[in-house]
Design a protein. Structure first.
Length: 214
């Protein structure tokens, strides 16, 4: 019973993609997914990752600007709370995206919002894994301004269109959106090609919105 509250239990199910997805869907249908508990764990781990990253940056800054004093503690506190809140933006975006799609696709279904919220929370786990990998790489090879796990962090193109596209080329984010799209399509008995449509739509919206914000 307690494993339903465990973030790492759902991580294992996502890694075991086909059988794991079916198990997740059964748990969602049976209303056994403890979404709030998972969300709290995700936010705390995200906060700790951001805090650790800030600690690395602070160590580098102290070599250039000694005697940071109380500002360093303030930086740590601020970093932790920003990291704590960071997952909410993506989870809410995934939820809203799937909810808008469901308005046109899902009929005569109970607890749609609750099911979509569970999908959004569980699907964030690969992104959290990417943050952990990026932190490990930063500890091993030094801090990169744009990280290690996106194409933008590696190539840093100056062209605005290429920059917008490469910012979205992140294997962990891709697996996150793929998981959300596949879970949604299977849960509501949609054709497999619906997963591809959702995946393409998500990336088009993100790339276009990034371009317009420049």
């Amino acid at each position: 019973m307690l494993k339903k509250y465990n973030l790492f239990y759902y991580s294992g199910l996502l890694l075991n993609f086909n059988d794991g997805i079916n198990r997740i869907i059964n748990l969602i249908v049976e209303k056994k997914v403890k979404s709030l508990a998972i969300l709290i764990q995700v936010c705390i781990i995200s906060g700790l990752i951001t805090l650790s990253s800030s600690s690395i940056n602070s160590d580098l800054s102290s070599e250039v600007i000694p005697n940071l004093g109380g500002m360093e503690n303030l930086l740590y506190i601020t970093s932790f709370f920003l990291g704590l809140l960071a997952p909410l933006g993506i989870i809410c975006s995934l939820f809203i995206f799937l909810y808008v799609v469901s308005i046109f696709q899902v009929f005569n279904e109970n607890y749609v919002k609750m099911k979509l919220f569970s999908i959004a929370v569980i699907s964030y786990i690969p992104i959290l894994s990417g943050s952990i990998v990026n932190l490990i790489l930063s500890l091993s090879f030094g801090v990169q301004p744009y990280g290690y796990i996106t194409a933008y962090g590696i190539f840093q193109p100056e062209n605005s269109i290429l920059a917008s596209i490469t910012q979205q080329v992140d294997p962990f984010q891709f697996f996150s959106v793929l998981s959300a799209s596949y879970l949604y399509s299977k849960l509501f008995n949609k054709e497999r090609k619906n997963t591809i449509y959702l995946l393409i739509s998500w990336y088009l919206i993100n790339i276009l919105s990034t371009l317009f914000m420049r």
